[in-house]
Design a protein around this ligand. Structure first.
Ligand code: AMP
Length: 296
C-alpha cells in the first residue's frame, strides 16, 4: 500500500473500479469494515485520512481529535487498501476558501441544528474528494446516518457518477458504538457512554414488539438516557433514513438517533427501524476489545 498526499498521485496510481473510503483517521473496526467492503467489490481501494477543519464547530474538539497516520496506514493495508491519501490542510484549502456546498433539507435538523455549519463542511470536503479521486463507489458508515443522507443527496444533486454504499454500525462487545473519540472516555465516564446504546436498544425492543409511534419510542429512549448520571442529552429524534424528514408514525425506514455529552466528549449513535421487516438494525458487535485500545 502506498501513502500519497495529492489527488494527482491517486489518479496516476489507481486503476479499474475505484472504491473510496473517506475518513478522519485513527482507525477502529468501523473504518476497517468499510475498507474490507471496498476491497471485496472494487479493484483499487483509496482511503482518505483528513481531519477536515471545515466540519468542526468547536476548536477544542478539532485540537483533541486523535491522529496517528503510521498506525492508520498499517491498518488500512491489512484491511485491503491499495492507496491512502493524507492531504495537507493547505492542499485541500490552498487559499481563502470561498466555495461551500450546502445540502438543504437533509442538513437541517439533528446534528445540523446542534453543530452549526458541520454538514456544509462535510458536503464540501466530500465533493472535493469525489472530484479529486473520481471513485466509482464510495463507502460510508450508518453510524453517521444523517451524514449518509447528506452525501447521497449531494452525489445525486451534483451528478457525481458515484454509487454510495452505507454499512452497518460496528459496536464494542457491550454495545457502545465505535468512535475514534472513545479513547477519550476514561474510567467512570466510559460506563456513562453505554447509556446511548442501551437507550436505543430499549426503543428497538419496543419497535420490534410493534410500537410505531415516534413520540413513544423517542420518549422511551430519552427517559432511559435521562436516568444516567453524567449524561447530558442533546437530542433524541427520529427521521426518515432517505431524506431526514420528521415523521410521527413509522411507515418507511427511519433512524432513531441520539446525541449526548459524556464529560467533554460528544457522542452520537442510532438504530435503523424498518417497518417492512418489523426489525431494528442495531449494527454488529465485536467479540474482542477494539483495536482502539490495543494498537495494531
Ligand atoms: P470518521 O473517521 O469518524 O469521519 O468516519 C469515517 C467513516 O467511518 C464514516 O463513514 C463513518 O460513518 C464511518 N464510521 C465511523 N464509526 C463507525 C462505526 N462504529 N461503525 C461503522 N462505520 C463507522
Amino acid at each position: 500500500m502506498k501513502v500519497v498526499h495529492t489527488f494527482e498521485e491517486v489518479r496516476d496510481l489507481a486503476g479499474g473500479r475505484i472504491g473510496l473510503v473517506p475518513t478522519m483517521g485513527f482507525f477502529h473496526e468501523g473504518h476497517l469494515s468499510l475498507i474490507k467492503a471496498a476491497a471485496e467489490s472494487t479493484d483499487t481501494v483509496v482511503v482518505s485520512v483528513f481531519v477536515n477543519p471545515l466540519q468542526f464547530n468547536e476548536s477544542g474538539d478539532l485540537d483533541a481529535y486523535p491522529r496517528d497516520l503510521d498506525r492508520d496506514a498499517a491498518l488500512a493495508e491489512t484491511a485491503g487498501a491499495q492507496l491512502l491519501i493524507a492531504p495537507a490542510d493547505s492542499y485541500m484549502y490552498p487559499r481563502q476558501h470561498y466555495t461551500r456546498i450546502r445540502v438543504a433539507g437533509a442538513s437541517d435538523g439533528m446534528e445540523g441544528a446542534y453543530r452549526s455549519g458541520h454538514f456544509d463542511g462535510v458536503a464540501t470536503v466530500v465533493a472535493k474528494l469525489f472530484a479529486g479521486v473520481r471513485p466509482d463507489v464510495a463507502f460510508f458508515g450508518r453510524k453517521d446516518a444523517q451524514q449518509l443522507a447528506v452525501v447521497r443527496a449531494l452525489a445525486c444533486d451534483l451528478s457525481f457518477p458515484v454509487e454510495i454504499r452505507g454499512l452497518p454500525i460496528v459496536r464494542e462487545s457491550d454495545g457502545l458504538a465505535l468512535s475514534s473519540r472513545n479513547i477519550r472516555l476514561d474510567g467512570e465516564i466510559r460506563g456513562s457512554a453505554l447509556a446511548l446504546s442501551t437507550a436505543l436498544f430499549a426503543a428497538s425492543d419496543a419497535f420490534e414488539a410493534g410500537e410505531r409511534s415516534v413520540a413513544v419510542l423517542t420518549h422511551e429512549a430519552a427517559t432511559r438516557l435521562g436516568t444516567h448520571s453524567g449524561v447530558e442529552t442533546e437530542y433524541v429524534e427520529a427521521a426518515t433514513a432517505r431524506d431526514v424528514a420528521g415523521v410521527e408514525t413509522i411507515e418507511a425506514e427511519v433512524f432513531l438517533a441520539v446525541a449526548a455529552r459524556i464529560g467533554n466528549v460528544r457522542l452520537i449513535d442510532n438504530v435503523h427501524l424498518n417497518p417492512g421487516t418489523g426489525l431494528a438494525d442495531r449494527g454488529v458487535r465485536l467479540s474482542e476489545p477494539s483495536i482502539l485500545y490495543g494498537g495494531p
